[in-house]
Design a protein around this ligand. Structure first.
Ligand code: NAD
Ligand code: HSE
Length: 341
């Protein structure tokens, strides 16, 4: 039985949900991958815990001050880092130092925050390649909605011509609440914050930056583009007034905040802004905090995925999907569960 040691840096809503889900799936990992999975280190910005024997959920509220930072994670000698700190695309956020350090040491890394991937994605890919570590990013690339997976696996070989993505749950929730329920912006935002899917600073959602971050990550990691935030024109939903909503309604149109990308002979252009869709379009029917992606390719036509789950569980599950892909690569193909006799 392989022992697989996990560390989690960033222990807020998503980090903690990931830890709980990981612990609840240990028996399945044991049976399917013959892997003894242990949570050996967790940390927030100022406190943490390390135990090579494994940390159980009843100790999550007893973190010790001073145990935090990339060196703390290094000292845990974990095999895999899950990074779930705040997203800051302007600086890379605190995640950048953790991810750099883990990849440099050859540690497989599952990234949930977006900042480091937007700010230093190429550098991190190069570090992973040099050390042989796996770098997984589903949590940062719209989480429960498959995006990079579709590009890397399902549509392999076809040329992507266009992507349209409703990639931000908060703005879709806000627009849907304002359009379909007539709710005011402030009340809808309060509900998004209570739901745990709005960013700590919700302007990152409403001004389009979260959508832009995800689109850039999808383009750079899924299509091999080399976009920076300066390459994207980014518009949020601030300009959406009750009058504009009513005018669209009269025309039978539904507004969505969309990340849009075109690929013309390798020249990739991307932007974020409001697009309107007729009711018959699947993107018009993406409701509440659901997200969606439409990918148009030369040979496989249009593929549309729509989805979401309850947060923060859904994002935790996306990160642990990445974890299982690492287990498959490192521990071999899954074995079927034993049948009861
Ligand atoms: N909530 C969602 O629905 C969702 C979905 C996909 C991705 N994400 C991303 O996941 C990340 C975490 O989201 P969340 O909702 O848990 O946010 P959160 O604010 O609840 O948690 C972030 C945690 O990181 C900790 N942190 C800050 N600086 C740190 C440092 N230097 N070292 C270690 N920890 C540090 C904070 O103390 C906080 O506990 C964010 O980057 C977010 O964009 C969230
Ligand atoms: N704030 C983001 C969640 C993190 O990706 C959203 O609303 O989609």
């Amino acid at each position: 039985m392989n022992v697989i040691r996990i560390a989690i840096a960033g222990f807020g809503g998503v980090g903690r949900a990931t830890a709980n889900l990981l612990l609840s799936r240990r028996e399945a990992y044991r049976q399917v991958y013959r892997a003894d999975v242990r949570l050996v280190a967790i940390c927030g910005s100022r406190s943490g815990m390390m135990d090579v024997g494994g940390i159980e959920a009843d100790r999550f509220d007893s973190l010790e001050p001073g145990l935090s930072g990339p060196d703390f994670i290094e000292a845990s000698d974990a095999d895999i880092l899950v990074e779930a700190g705040p997203s800051d695309f302007r600086t890379g956020g605190p995640g950048l130092a953790y991810i750099r350090s883990a990849l440099s040491a050859g540690r497989d890394t599952i990234v949930i925050s977006k900042g480091a991937l937007v700010h230093s994605g190429r550098e991190l890919q190069a570090l992973a390649q040099a050390s042989g570590a796996m770098l997984k990013i589903s949590g940062a690339a719209a989480a429960a909605l498959p995006t990079v997976d579709l590009l890397e696996h399902s549509l392999k070989g076809s040329e992507v011509l266009e992507i349209e993505g409703i990639l931000n749950a908060t703005t879709n929730f806000l627009l849907d609440a304002m359009t379909a329920q007539g709710l005011g912006f402030d009340e809808a935002l309060r509900q998004a914050q209570t739901g745990g899917f709005a960013e700590a600073d919700p302007r990152n959602d409403t001004e389009g930056w979260d959508t832009a971050s995800k689109l850039l990550i999808i383009a750079n990691f899924g299509l091999g583009a080399e976009l920076t935030m300066d390459d994207l024109a980014v518009e949020g939903i601030q300009s959406v007034t009750r009058e504009r909503i009513e005018a669209w309604h009269v025309q039978g149109l539904v507004p969505k905040l969309v990340g849009h990308l075109t690929n013309s002979n390798g020249e990739i252009r991307a932007s974020v802004g409001i697009r309107t869709y007729p009711l018959a379009d699947p993107l018009a029917n993406v409701r509440g905090k659901d997200k969606a992606i439409r990918i148009t390719t030369d040979a496989m036509g249009e593929t549309v995925a729509i989805g979401a789950g309850r947060e923060p569980l859904a994002t935790a599950a996306a990160a642990l999907k990445d974890f299982e892909h690492i287990l498959m690569a490192r521990c071999g193909r899954p074995t079927p569960p034993e049948k009861a006799s």
